[in-house]
Design a protein around this ligand. Sequence first.
Ligand code: M6R
Length: 605
Amino acid sequence: MCGIVAATATRNIGGDLIRMLRCLDYRGYDSAGISTFSGGNAIEVRKKQGPLAGLEEVLGESPIDGHAGIGHTRWATHGVPSDENAHPHLSEDCGVSIVHNGIIENYRELITEIEAAGIKRVSETDTEVLVHTISLFLAKNGDATAQQIVWYLSQKIRGAFAIVIQRANKPEEIIGMRYQCPMNFVSLSGIAAISSDISSLIEYSRDIEVLKDGQAVAITPNGHAVFDFNGTPSESVKVHADWPIDKVAKDGFDHFLRKEISQEPEALRALVKSARSSADELHAFIAAQDIKKVIFLACGSAAFAGTLGSFYARHKKLPIDVLSEIGSEFRYLPPYVDDKTLMVAVSQSGETADSIGAIEHAKSQGARVLSFVNVVGSTIDRLCDMSVRLAAGPEVAVPSSKAVINQFMATTLVVELLADNSEASFDAWEKGCLALADTIENIIAREDEIADFAAKIAGHQSSFALGRGLDFASALEMALKLKETAYLHCEPMFAGEFKHGSLSLVEYGMPIFCFLGDPAVRHKSITAIEEIKARGAHPFIFDAQDRDDPDVAALGHYFNAANLGPPYSSVAHLTVAHLLSYHAGLLRNTDVDRPRNLAKSVTVE
Ligand code: M6R
């Protein structure tokens, strides 16, 4: 899930590379680097561990520029985050430079060949192996064309990759090749550019070329050639990016995460509009198939939306199996899938590799796939039979917030339409969402109360989040958000399961988050709260009643949001989870926007 850029032009492109990398910062911030060719026989590289600002400082002290260059933001997979492991990687003669996203599975085999040729590696990365492999090829085939280089490399490597290659003996030409990692380009008169993300190319053109798996492109300032790995000319996918360019700014907030939480109500209202504009198509899509099984498919927080959807289907007594599946497991332990299966894929980025793999598998078995995606033009957006925009707007903070609310509500829409594929059913969902947006606004207005809760938990190292029924999805989200945002361990559990073992971990004062949004199991969950209270834990109770319930409030720290009914009340509690995690993160001095070891978009398996 690194970010890759490249540009070649009839003018200097150093500034272009940095501008494009800024759009890709979210893909990885372990290190950043660029290489450029400014004449002579050698390519020059500048790279630095840490976020892009570090590279900019290095460039300030020791600038490089030129008519052609490549750049990278890294999320470490092979080798620790360090200057040495940062991309681009250079060949020993400085004649070839490479950036790469993905994983080269057979890189150890290639190391043997490289070492046999007397080359000493200077990094621990799989990417460096690629640059030496090409350099050895070029040593014998100095005049090799882009097609020959791509063919050679594709024969040598296994894995998932987006690779960009710059070489000094053909400085105006940059080569990109793609297999299971995104790569897009624009080609105009006087400049051509490559990027992992469409967003960083829009400043050049809204007519974007998207490479398909197994395709490569050679760009020059005067044109481009797309071909497959055998060198045969091929057609890329043309996308017109007609969506607005949203500004990525904190707008007066201290953090993107806090800004994005504040946008939850407006994002939800935008989802309602987006779903409304796709309503006819959605009704028709659902009516067109004899659906015997539904599979919600996603990863991380998006997968919790699937949990909610599958449990809500039981509330609605749907007479079919509705499963919630995790992207990373799906290909390797798939449930039975056939042409009577509807897969509903949910993703903010639309680039999550595990989800993409699962979708491809489901499609190969005949399933139809409906997706709810936030990033328009992303791989999942294009891969599915029908795609509805989550419409949450750009989300920068790695902990997802406004997109998650929309993901949760998207899965409930599917359930509503499966239960009753009518306008009335759609209208009821829309009304519920709009009431939920108002409730979320009220919750945000009570931020101080939630910040007080955060102060009470910030000194702890471990906690539990309990929920039954629909509330289990809220517990899952609370636990993940506390882990990634505040580095506070939190284990999500079904409230009724707690007494079957995990209760032994409860110590005096331990924070336990208890969700009471699902009326069907409220009384059962209250019993669980009484049990943990009796063992000395400190319950934090999130209720959904018309008025505060004094008996329940007496059991612990109490926050009552509006009674919206299922599934809306359980989703309203997500905003509480988001604010609580944000404030706990601030008190624990974490980087709430860019937690350690994580990236916004997980484009590797
Ligand atoms: O882009 P996606 O929605 O497919 O991403 C899925 C997960 O990687 C994502 O939800 C992740 O768990 C977030 N960091 C949660 O805040």
